[in-house]
Design a protein around this ligand. Structure first.
Ligand code: SF4
Length: 436
């Protein structure tokens, strides 16, 4: 991202705090932002600002800190910072005087009274497949996770707002929309009516002309029978054949220490039901955490063998990162896993995931897949090619130049050196437009 913004009076930095590395990156980013924009006020918001506001306030050059609890007040706070005025609603909860010397004022507490789910209209633009966030926060208490503290309990975007967003996206020419949330499967639980994600998906597909809907990450136990039936009936058509179920560990003991709400066999049953419903073309992805406190070699082997056995097509791998204020932080102090062991385990899973992904991609050579064209990097466009993504989440290089945002049917010819598919469009498909 471009950090020098010569005309800016204020720069708002949105931070993450999911790992210690994310905190470090945020600190570096804030310092660099101030260095490159010495005349601008730097206001820091997001999860790091929520989790450790005083730590952020003490960084050099920070003018104000706004936790997620008060994120909805950022425009007003920014105005106040510029004018040197007090912000009417929600004056700083920690004044500079409470902190050491030069620290900035802080707006952050644990009530999330001013937090909101962004409701800005999604439209196809710089992103062909934008994310529509329909749920925020989480009511679970996984022992490694800081999100319940930084984002509060689960909240859902009202169904009318979701539908208005989807209608608007379609009217603006959008073809593929990804619906997402921190704990997407809990969408609707707080709406006071009998609402569920499955019902919402049905309504979107019935009431709007959206041509492709993709579901982002859903906790294993939130893949309800109703949602799986929808995947059976519509997967590969208007619903992308793509299921991402966070796993974290394949060891029962580790899952219990993590306070995850399923056991490995529950997870396996869900994946089997989804595959049976959507077929072997289904993309199955998972997040896996390595080196959770006390993870023994035997427990890691359980995870490794579990991953090897299940039909994963890609994995997101993370080393455990202790987060202050969580139970995992204390467990890490009691029983840390040696960094060398974490490194070896990460490498073993990375190799396994690469092999599984390669096999999955290779199985499509000579077959047809639905896909959507994306914005193409200049180097690829110069070769007369187009970037695309299949409905089952495989990157694809088309041997033609097409504009972005075209739904196409592609015959896969090969897998390239980078592991992406290479293919050609079916000449008779009507919705394909040659690039002008
Ligand atoms: S379900 Fe996800 S967001 Fe919620 S506490 Fe667990 S890891 Fe965090």
């Amino acid at each position: 991202m471009e950090l020098a913004l010569p005309d800016a009076d204020v720069v708002v930095v949105n931070t993450c705090s999911v790992t210690a590395e994310a905190d470090r990156d945020a600190r570096t980013f804030v310092r660099k932002t101030k260095r490159l924009n010495p005349g601008a006020k730097v206001v820091v918001t997001g999860c790091y600002a929520q989790r450790a506001p005083q730590e952020v306030a003490a960084l050099d050059g920070v003018a104000a800190v706004v936790g997620n609890s008060h994120k909805g007040l950022v425009p007003e706070i920014v105005r106040g910072v510029l004018e040197g005025a007090r912000v009417e609603q929600g004056a700083p909860l920690i004044s500079p005087g409470d902190l050491l010397g030069t620290a900035a004022p802080v707006w952050a507490d644990d009530r999330f009274a001013h937090s909101y789910i962004e409701d800005a209209q999604v439209a196809p633009g710089s992103q062909t497949r934008p994310n529509l966030k329909i749920q925020e926060g989480c009511g679970n208490r996984c022992t490694f996770c800081v999100i319940p503290t930084t984002r509060g309990d689960s909240r859902s975007l009202a169904v009318e707002k979701v539908m208005a967003q989807v209608h608007g996206f379609v009217a603006a020419g959008g073809k593929e929309l990804v619906i997402s949330g921190i704990n997407l499967g809990r969408w609707g639980w707080d709406l006071g009516e009998k609402r569920s994600l499955a019902g919402l998906v049905e309504e979107i597909l019935k009431e709007t002309g959206l041509q492709r809907l993709r579901l982002s990450s859903i906790e294993p136990m939130d893949w309800t029978p109703e949602l799986i039936v929808i995947m059976r009936n519509i997967g590969g058509g208007r619903l992308a054949r793509h299921a991402h179920l966070p796993l974290q560990s394949g060891s029962d003991g580790v899952l219990r220490r993590m306070h995850r709400r399923y056991r490995p066999w529950h997870y396996e049953q869900k994946v089997a039901a989804l595959r049976e419903a959507a077929g072997p073309e289904l993309a199955v992805g998972a997040d896996v955490m390595v080196g959770f406190p006390g993870e023994t070699e035997a427990e890691f082997r359980e995870t490794y063998e579990f991953v090897a056995r299940l039909p994963f097509t890609y994995l997101h791998l993370f080393p455990f990162s202790p987060r202050p204020g969580t139970r995992g932080w204390e467990l890490h102090r009691e029983a840390p896993v040696a960094p060398e062991a974490v490194g070896e385990r990460m490498a073993a899973l990375r190799d396994l995931a690469a092999e599984k992904s390669r096999d999955f991609r290779g199985s499509f050579v000579g077959r047809w897949l639905p896909a959507i064209t994306l914005h193409t990097p200049a180097s690829l466009a110069a070769q007369g090619r187009t970037s695309a993504l299949t409905d089952n989440y495989l990157p694809l290089e088309l041997l033609h130049r097409l504009p972005s945002n075209q739904l196409v049917h592609v015959r896969v010819n090969a897998v390239n050196a980078a592991g992406g598919l290479v293919g050609e469009i079916q000449p008779s498909v009507g919705n394909m437009a040659a690039a002008s």
